[in-house]
Design a protein around this ligand. Structure first.
Ligand code: SF4
Length: 213
């Protein structure tokens, strides 16, 4: 079963010491969600709150993502969220392309080979650069379908942390862009797996599921 395979992988991930990022993090942060989900959301890497709780996208960015998912009729318990890089870079800096590649080849690729999603949503530049190409710019590439090297159907959208840095009209426009990208992703998932329930009756309360570690 996929959930058992992911559980076994999570146990291995906790022992990873393959790069210097590990020494500044409490521990690697894996993934959260439904192992049978046909859709996977891939962010950048854990921030401080994520490192504290051991859950991807649980801090302010994650809360905004949850609202966007709810608007697009999806909930975190029914999809799967993960990151390119599993250990929090010191000071929340953006991981380099090389750091992302090393970690993703060790862990994300294994996750994806177990989950075999129908659709991947790349949240922000780091995921876009890994799944697509380092030359792509998120402002131009968002909302357009592309194939990852592994053959997954991918669409990119803005990372919620980018939305949080915007204000006023720019933020409103960017939020609508994200909403339309999520709707597009949902539409494709339902074309291929029409019976899968992408939404629970309530939003997922991640803070009731994860405690500080
Ligand atoms: S960032 Fe990735 S490769 Fe580096 S120690 Fe953490 S889990 Fe391992």
């Amino acid at each position: 079963m996929k959930s058992e395979e992911l559980q076994a992988l999570a146990a291995q991930l906790l022992n990873c010491n393959a790069c210097p990022l590990r020494k500044d993090a409490i521990a690697p942060v894996g993934w959260f969600g439904n192992a049978d989900s046909p859709i996977v959301f891939i962010g950048e890497g854990p921030g401080g709150v994520e490192d504290n709780y051991g859950c991807p996208l649980i801090g302010p960015s994650g809360q905004l993502l949850d609202k966007a998912l709810w608007a697009a009729k999806m909930t975190r318990d029914r999809v799967l969220t993960t990151n390119i890089i599993k250990c929090r870079p010191k000071g929340n800096r953006t991981p380099t392309i090389e750091e992302g590649k090393q970690c993703a080849q060790l862990w994300l690729e294994k996750e994806l080979s177990i989950i075999k999603p129908t659709v991947i949503v790349a949240l922000g530049s780091v995921a876009l650069h890994y799944l697509g190409s380092p030359e792509l710019r998120i402002t131009r590439a968002r909302g357009q379908w592309f194939k990852s090297a592994q053959g997954f159907d991918c669409i990119a959208t803005f990372h919620p942390s980018y939305l949080l840095r915007l204000a006023g009209h720019d933020q409103v426009v960017a939020k609508w862009n994200v909403f339309h990208d999520l709707e597009e992703a949902r539409k494709k998932v339902l074309e291929i797996t029409p019976t899968y329930q992408l939404m629970s009756q309530q939003p997922t309360d991640l803070f009731s599921l994860f405690k500080k570690r």
